[in-house]
Design a protein around this ligand. Structure first.
Ligand code: KIV
Length: 261
């Protein structure tokens, strides 16, 4: 059984000049692929709301759903450090409820939790880390605030980002996701804090990168932000295969002799 990546491994990789890879995973299919590729960290993202549930945003995702996906990913991906994404509403109402939800992520097999926000969640992050719950912060564009920001927006608030990143690092977060931040600002934030930054739409100056599994593999041709690199055209290939199957069934060429008993 391969050894699971730890927080210390991540920090060591970055300290040694390496870059950290993170990809989202939600089910056995994505978890096994992420694991087989040797990706450092698997994020059970609340992006499950859009990628798997077909919603316009992540707001409806529940703790129960996240725990279901986290258990599958932790079981099917024994290699990467598994991060459970705290969904909207799971950490805003009370610190006790937030801690209890984070504990449940770890009980489901996650090695850490991620939550969106900066200084506003600083005290909570400190409490979580004191309780033995490793935390990844998330700054820049934070999708759970989509109604406040009126859509996905580049976050150019340099001073704000620097202060919030420092607050998260001081509170004990072991890494910070930077989403949709100009490359030059993300580079400054990365230099300013002593924990790894993991960028998505934040340029090459971060200590690592994260992409959404379905987006990077081309499941969703309609989603094409500038930051996304598509490594394959899954949608195109799967669609062609399904059409071929339909035609084979209709003209009787499937099943052939070799598919029959
Ligand atoms: O939910 C998610 O997939 C995320 C990544 C985009 C960082 O938060």
């Amino acid at each position: 059984m391969p050894k699971r990546t730890t927080i210390r491994d991540i920090q060591k990789k970055v300290d040694g000049g390496g870059r950290v890879s993170m990809v989202t995973a939600y089910d056995a299919f994505s978890a096994r692929l992420v694991d087989a590729a040797g990706i450092d960290m698997a994020l059970v993202g609340d992006s499950v709301g859009s990628t798997v549930q077909g919603r316009a945003d992540t707001l409806a995702v529940t703790m129960q759903q996240m725990l279901y996906h986290t258990e599958i990913v932790a079981r099917c991906a024994p290699g990467p450090l598994v991060v459970g994404d705290m969904p909207f509403g799971s950490f805003q109402s009370s610190p006790d409820e937030a801690i209890s939800n984070a504990v449940n992520f770890l009980k489901a097999g996650a090695n850490a939790v991620k939550l969106e926000g900066g200084a506003a969640v600083g005290a909570l992050v400190a409490r979580m880390t004191r309780a033995g719950i490793p935390v990844v912060g998330h700054l820049g564009y934070t999708p759970q605030s989509v109604n406040q920001t009126s859509g996905a927006r580049l976050n150019k608030e340099k001073e704000d980002l620097l202060q919030n990143a420092q607050r998260l690092a001081d509170a004990g977060a072991f890494a910070i996701v930077l989403e949709m931040v100009p490359a030059a600002i993300a580079k400054e934030v990365t230099a300013a804090v002593n924990i790894p930054t993991i960028g998505i739409g934040a340029g090459a100056g971060c200590d690592g990168q994260v992409l959404v599994f379905f987006d990077m593999l081309g499941f969703s041709p309609e989603f094409s932000p500038r930051f996304l690199k598509r490594y394959m055209d899954f949608h195109g290939q799967a669609l062609a295969a399904l059409k071929q199957y339909k035609s084979d069934v209709e003209d009787g060429s499937f099943p052939a002799k070799e598919h029959s008993y």
